[in-house]
Design a protein around this ligand. Structure first.
Ligand code: 5SP
Ligand code: FE2
Length: 217
């Protein structure tokens, strides 16, 4: 069964605590927080103060997906705010290895993220270092986009490398996840699924979290 990380990008920001607690009560495994700077992606969202405010209201693992340029400038502040895992894009910095080392040094789980157009060869040297790899299944920046089917082969290729070398990282997928696409990702080797609009744009978001789990059971 896949682990589910609802993305609060599609939650009601005026009722964030309610929407986070709903996810926790519904059996979510983590909370996905999309941080955007208007430079790396053409959108703005949350910062570290949102992470700090959410920390005391949930015991869910806080999975912070940084879509910002030169994220090494901020990883210390996200760790201090209460992040449990910090994801940085390989495309967002000249010093990805250093950025991941900073995250580990802060005592937080480190994740490398790859955009749809970025080949896995860009992250091969990083695989022994990371706790999680995030394969973007849409172009980053917005919720509610369509899943890119070509990414299923990429997930399978990453899983092959994982098995071949005995790596222990989790494989997360993000973008366009619903009860159909989650199954294809899970069958290819994904272990964690982010879901924003599928969960929060529903009349019964708690049921949707369960539906994602049932689809991969
Ligand atoms: O990182 C991102 C978008 O850049 C995501 O985490 C979205 O929030 C996913 O939204 P859905 O595609 O599930 O609606
Ligand atoms: Fe995300």
């Amino acid at each position: 069964m896949i682990k589910v990380a609802p993305s609060i990008l599609s939650a009601d920001f005026a009722n964030l605590q309610r929407d986070v607690q709903m996810a926790e009560n519904a059996g979510a495994d983590a909370l996905h927080i999309d941080v955007m700077d208007g430079q790396f992606v053409p959108n703005l969202s949350f910062g570290m103060s949102t992470v700090a405010d959410l920390r005391p209201v949930t015991s869910l693992m806080l999975d912070c997906h940084l879509m910002i340029m030169d994220p090494e400038r901020f990883v210390g502040q996200f760790a201090k705010a209460g992040a449990d895992l910090i994801g940085v894009h390989v495309e967002s910095t000249r010093h990805i290895y250093h950025a991941l080392q900073l995250i580990k040094d802060a005592g937080v789980k480190a994740e490398v993220v790859v955009n749809p157009g970025t080949p896995l060869s860009m992250i091969s040297e990083l695989l022994p270092l990371v706790d999680q790899v995030l394969i973007m299944t849409v172009n980053p920046g917005f919720g509610g986009q369509h899943f890119l089917d070509q990414m299923v082969a990429k997930i399978a290729a990453l899983n092959e490398l994982k098995q071949q070398h005995g790596y222990r990282f989790e494989i997360e997928v993000d973008g366009g996840i619903n009860d159909q696409t989650v199954k294809a990702c899970y069958d290819a080797g994904a272990t964690v699924a982010v879901a924003g609009s599928y969960v929060y744009d529903s009349a019964d978001p708690a049921q949707r979290i369960q539906d994602l789990k049932v689809a991969t059971n």
